[in-house]
Design a protein around this ligand. Sequence first.
Ligand code: NAD
Length: 502
Amino acid sequence: MTLSTRVRTIAHWVDGKGFAGASDRTSPVTNPATGQVTGELALADVADARAAIDAAAAAFPAWRDTSLAKRTQILFAFRELLNARKNELAEIITSEHGKVVSDALGEVSRGQEVVEFACGIAHLLKGGMTENASTNVDVASIRQPLGVVGIISPFNFPAMVPMWFFPIAIAAGNTVVLKPSEKDPSAALWIAELWAEAGLPAGVFNVLQGDKVAVDELLTNPKVKAISFVGSTPIAQYVYATGTQHGKRVQALGGAKNHAIVLPDADLDLAADAMVNAGFGSAGERCMAVSACVAVGPIADELVGKIADRAKGLKTGDGTRDADMGPLVTKAHRDRVASYVDAGEADGATIVVDGRGISVDGESDGFWLGPTLIDHVTPEMSVYTDEIFGPVLSVVRVDSYDEALALINANPYGNGTAIFTNDGGAARRFQNEVEVGMIGINVPIPVPTAYYSFGGWKSSLFGDTHAHGTEGVHFFTRGKVVTTRWLDPSHGGINLGFPQNS
Ligand code: NAD
């Protein structure tokens, strides 16, 4: 088979079926483990984007009036299908993202938890009611869906991040246009087919493939009522500003630079295991990855030694085979991440474990970078200041807890952070003082469970609503208050007794 015959065309899903669109712009999709182009992605033009938005708008009136019982039934069916076939989705993720299949399965499971949360939508949408607020006057509060909502997602979690939003949006009665990343667009189409199989009416869930053109139409089209965005901070800021300027409700989750403090009393083996998992898992392409380990006091040498031993034991390779860590998503991204290691070295940091130039058996064209551990990093170095989004863990040495805390609080990002200690008082103080949205205490990647809400502070989130949990329900609904007066029948209108012949 020649390469060209293996290249698939990947397009949109609109109104319950595949949609080719009219645009002739495309972009290549690659398998990061082999470097080969496996797909040609259709990039929507404005007319294609409008077709997806129009389909969602047309489906909204019937979907919002579909009973909660019926909507819940479809969600349960989707959950069952997903649970039974999650391996298929994991394989698709690995083939376009590169993460190892166990990581891909983990991402699907975390997304599934939000589907399970949304199965309880009937309970979550219950309103309030006050009888006789005034004589014969009752007041009730209800929550109603918004209409068409846009979801714009990043490359690093092609299934989980959309699932932070669409299960709740759909359960609450909205219709959805999902714009996945151009780098790994196929997971969204698989999910769309699964929804159809679960009985979701056509037009309720649509997939729009594309780039800035598609995003801009979602941000400005008056039929779109809300935007949930996840991606890098500059784009999150742009999405928030543009979407709100066009009267939309927007939650825009941005980038991260997550620190983990290791106090002198911590269990260093536990901390080293955690640093390796959180620093190199999914090749560091996680918004909750730890990229700065802040070693407090005299433990730094021992901690660095323990992390280095573990990092050297990790096997980098094709995610479908026996590997701990896969490739980076694209060649350009791999080169960018490696350039930060070069810069750290030039700035005088110590490269303890060097992932540059790693060779992986038989896959020389893959986008490889092995686990990289850099010690003696200082706060002005670019390897510290920038979000790198790769398997690069920096160690910053400080003398005290206060110095470690000040470092984190001075950072422009505030997504996740962790502290490793056996001192409950120190942990408690940290949880109170640190200016970050999600905190782990002896837990390196503190991603909240689906019934809590996910979101960072500062430049890691624009808007005031976090993802999923009750904040997600709030985001995808709006409140209405109904004040009712019914006069008592004795007032003279209706006879409540038996009908009488008169
Ligand atoms: P990205 O910002 O490049 O892309 C995100 C989305 O925005 C994609 O769908 C992309 O097509 C679109 N986009 C890109 N450029 C655009 C432009 N100029 N105008 C309009 N839309 C545009 O992010 P990425 O590289 O796909 O993902 C990695 C980033 O996402 C990292 O910064 C990571 O920290 C962040 N992230 C954050 C969270 C979180 O919860 N805070 C979760 C996952 C990823």
